[in-house]
Design a protein around this ligand. Structure first.
Ligand SMILES: C[S@@+](CC[C@H](N)C(=O)[O-])C[C@H]1O[C@@H](n2cnc3c(N)ncnc32)[C@H](O)[C@@H]1O
Length: 369
């Protein structure tokens, strides 16, 4: 049974004690009790009442403490169970984490292994790709070289056809009687020869003067012979080539229309400026008895002698040229020859120049327009 609350106990005991003390008053008044005994009895009654209240209060407190204690114990037990549960859960979680960790490590190992294999495969493929790229680049370079080569070949084929066409023209026109040394290269090309031969055929120049002898001398001599009344004089600075050309003239029976004049290169001084550096050119004594010239072919001395080596041709030969003479410069595409033409035009305003499309470039100079 639960103990009543302290206030109620105190009131009950005060009421009991009060009633008992009040009961002592008539007893003492009646003389049944001595006053001192009544007081002692009243104090005892009050003390007993207080003691009862105290005992009951302590009991009540004890009960409460007991209940609290019990509750604490129950809670401790519950906490202990919860702790055990938590420990079990923690252990389970630890185990789970360990398994997960192990699984994860296993997977990572597998992934790394696969990646490692893939990486090796990728590296091998990358090497193969690099080889392929190098091969493609090589093919590309080869393709470009082939294209360049084809362009060169195409241009050379066109040029060859053009020269062959010119050669067929002059051959069928002049019909040489003996084999001729090759044209082109050091020798004049068929296209410039055709230009000269056409000029000879149409204007019949009395004298044709050539600077630099060779195959061209023979072709010009055939043209001179075919279109009667002409004569070819070839200036040659080199004795061996002079002899070789002379032998060709004889072999072709052209000695009546062609001659080679050996004219070693000497220092030629421009009359306009005696202080100017001299230029090597044919010794001018070879020009002493020249008749009027109707056609000049400037194909010597060799360009390697000096850049301006063909410049003296105009100052030296123009005084011998007829009014309608043509001066044809071969190798006119070379920078040195272009400079020479410009100088001629600057120094001889009476001259005009017409460029002709020829394998090595040809410029025709003449007086007037
Ligand atoms: C351009 S070549 C003259 C070629 C000549 N007009 C012809 O068409 O055959 C100029 C000079 O070079 C020299 N020459 C000719 N043929 C040569 C050769 N194969 N090698 C080196 N020099 C040569 C000669 O002295 C010639 O006068």
């Amino acid at each position: 049974m639960r103990t009543p609350p302290p206030r109620l106990l105190l009131a009950a005991s005060a009421a009991v004690a009060g009633t008992a003390v009040l009961a002592l008053v008539p007893l003492s008044a009646s003389g049944l009790l001595e006053p001192l005994q009544a007081v002692q009895l009243a104090v005892s009654i009050v003390t007993l009442a207080l003691a009862a209240v105290l005992v009951l209060y302590v009991r009540r407190t004890d009960g409460k403490a007991q209940r609290v204690d019990n509750r604490v114990k129950r809670q401790e037990a519950a906490l202990s169970r919860a702790g055990s549960d938590l420990a079990r859960v923690a252990a389970a979680l630890d185990g789970l984490a360990a398994r997960l960790d192990e699984n994860a490590r296993g997977h990572v190992r597998e992934v790394l292994t696969v990646l490692g294999e893939d990486r090796m495969e990728l590296a091998a493929q990358s090497d193969r790709l690099a080889e392929l790229a190098a091969a493609v680049s090589g093919l590309d370079t080869a393709g470009r070289e082939i294209r360049t080569g084809l362009a060169t070949l195409t241009s050379a084929t066109r040029q060859n056809y053009s020269q062959l066409e010119a050669l067929v023209d002059v051959r069928s026109l002049l019909q040489p009687r003996a084999p001729l040394p090759p044209l082109r290269g050091w020798a004049a090309s068929p296209d410039v020869l055709r230009l000269l031969i056409e000029r000879i055929a149409t204007t019949h120049p009395k004298t044709i003067l050539e600077c630099g002898s060779g195959s061209s001398t023979i072709w010009l001599a055939y043209a001179a012979q075919r279109f009667a009344g002409n004569h070819v004089i070839a200036l040659e600075h080199d004795e061996r080539f002079a002899e070789a050309t002379q032998a060709l003239i004889l072999a072709h029976g052209l000695q009546d229309v062609a001659e080679v004049r050996l004219a070693p290169l000497t220092d030629w001084h421009p009359a306009a400026d005696p202080d100017e550096e001299s230029i090597p050119w044919y010794a001018t004594r070879a020009l002493s008895d020249l008749p009027e010239i109707g056609l000049v072919f400037v194909d010597g001395p060799p360009g390697a002698t000096a850049p301006a080596v063909r410049y003296p041709a105009v100052p030296a030969l123009l005084p011998y040229c007829s009014a309608d003479a043509w001066i044809v410069l071969d190798d006119a595409d070379r920078p040195a020859e272009k400079a020479i033409v410009e100088r001629w035009l600057a120094e001889y305003p009476e001259l005009t120049a017409v460029s002709h499309k020829a394998e090595k470039g040809a410029v025709v100079l003449r007086r007037g327009h």
